[in-house]
Ligand binder design. Structure first.
Ligand code: PLP
Length: 407
């Protein structure tokens, strides 16, 4: 049969793919142009501006700013001229692959106001690199990360009045790429829409004494060889049902396990502080083995901990205390044993949205591992990391160029 002998890629129904699609499948997206021409940016400003909510009324991700950035990709022409325009609905073909096969990626970053009144971003180039990797994982077109960052800075400048000034508040930035190939064939999306929206935000959790986690392994968030190490929309929907079950049992977030091994909590990286025999502290987080999202906050926390006390003193931590960081597997049995021996001092979760947030208890096999209570609410290591990170992010402390003004 002619079709069976053809070397051309086939559609799922066995017919040969149109030449253009076959080319895409053969070459992958890497051969497509990544260029974004920032000089073509057009700005259309909103004629009526929204009211900015008071910092105390902020609920994460509820209100969007006045403007958004948007550009599109087509295989013939590459990335379009970028546009900053009033925030508003998109119009998409219902057969677009983003609705069917979910080639969708996103990022989470924040803008802060520094003491000089200027907007700043925290290590944004790390978000750009991660976004590029996520896009590649679902065969979305590549893009010029430097150009995108420049455009994001411009968007932040346009909506700068939305950046809350109170400590611990910031403007959350959500860069997104969706596949917009308007066809049902199960194939890479050769069209895409890249947009960036922003939302002012206060503290993510309003339980200062710490959040509760339920260890879950009958549902998994990620698996070896899977996509848990990328920020893909498709990783999150399957977590909603287990999250609801945990909430019904009285826990705020799921602690995602693979077998007995801890991976992450909710969409946050997980750390424990364990007392050593010599009185110093081990601070342990699971390794980036592909099942864990490589968080910017995680990397920053590890590097701040390693800098104490030789390069910096973390707030209110003794210079005599040595902090030993470890990226290695953590099992629930270990956690329970450390807890029983009185060695499990602190447990905290980290991420752009939550910064550094303490954990108060972890449900596992119908019992709770209860973390010690601390006078100052957060444990000393958790508090030190929170304080220092927010000081760096908000520009009060200069540290290795992590926070840079954006205009
Ligand atoms: C975004 C995210 C994190 C945190 O990453 P940051 O870069 O620190 O914001 C952790 N885990 C998951 C699953 C995430 O999606």
């Amino acid at each position: 049969m002619a079709i069976a002998q053809s070397t051309a890629p086939l559609n799922p129904n066995g017919t040969p793919m149109p030449a253009k699609d076959a080319e895409l499948v053969k070459n992958g997206s890497s051969s497509l142009k990544a260029k974004i021409d920032t000089s073509l940016l057009t700005e259309t400003l909103a004629t009526s501006l929204k009211e900015v909510p008071k910092p105390e009324d902020l609920v994460f991700g509820q209100v969007m700013t006045d403007h958004m950035l948007i550009l599109s990709y087509a295989p013939e022409s590459g990335w379009s001229a970028p546009e900053i325009k009033p925030y508003g609905p998109l119009s998409l073909d219902p057969s677009s692959s983003c609705f069917q096969y979910c080639p969708n990626v996103f990022e989470g970053m924040k803008a802060y106001i520094g003491p000089d009144g200027k907007p700043r971003l925290f290590r944004p180039e790390l978000n750009m690199v991660r976004m590029e990797k996520s896009a590649e994982r679902v065969a979305l077109p590549p893009f010029d990360t430097t150009a995108l960052l420049k455009l994001i800075k411009r968007l932040v400048a346009v909506d700068a009045r939305w950046i809350p000034r109170s400590k611990g508040c910031s403007l959350y930035i959500r860069p997104t790429i969706i596949g917009t190939r308007a066809a049902l064939g199960v194939a890479a999306s050769n069209h895409a829409l890249l947009y960036v929206i922003m939302s002012p935000t206060g503290p993510y959790f309003r339980t200062p004494s710490g959040i509760s986690l339920l260890g879950v392994n009958e549902h998994v968030r990620s698996w070896p060889g899977g996509t848990g190490g990328y920020k893909l929309g498709l990783n999150y929907a399957p977590c909603f049902h287990p999250q609801r079950l945990a909430a019904e049992k009285g826990y705020q977030q799921v602690l995602w396990l693979i077998g007995e091994n801890v991976t992450e909590a909710g969409a946050m990286n997980f750390f424990v502080v364990v007392k050593r025999d010599d009185g110093d502290l081990d601070i342990v987080t699971p390794p980036l083995d592909g099942t864990i999202l490589p968080g910017v906050t995680r990397a920053s926390v590890l590097s701040l901990l390693s800098a104490h006390p030789t390069q910096t003193s973390l707030p209110n931590l003794s210079n005599k205390t040595r902090l030993y960081t470890h990226e290695r597997p953590i099992t629930m049995t270990e956690l329970a044993a450390w807890s029983a021996a009185g060695r499990l001092l602190e447990c905290f979760v980290v991420g752009t949205a939550v910064v550094v947030t303490p954990v108060s208890r972890i449900g596992w096999q119908d019992r709770d591992i209860v973390l010690p209570e601390h006078k100052a609410v957060m444990g000393p290591v958790t508090a030190a990391l929170y304080e220092r990170l927010v000081d760096i992010q908000e520009g009060r402390v200069e540290w290795q160029g992590w926070s840079a003004t954006c205009v």
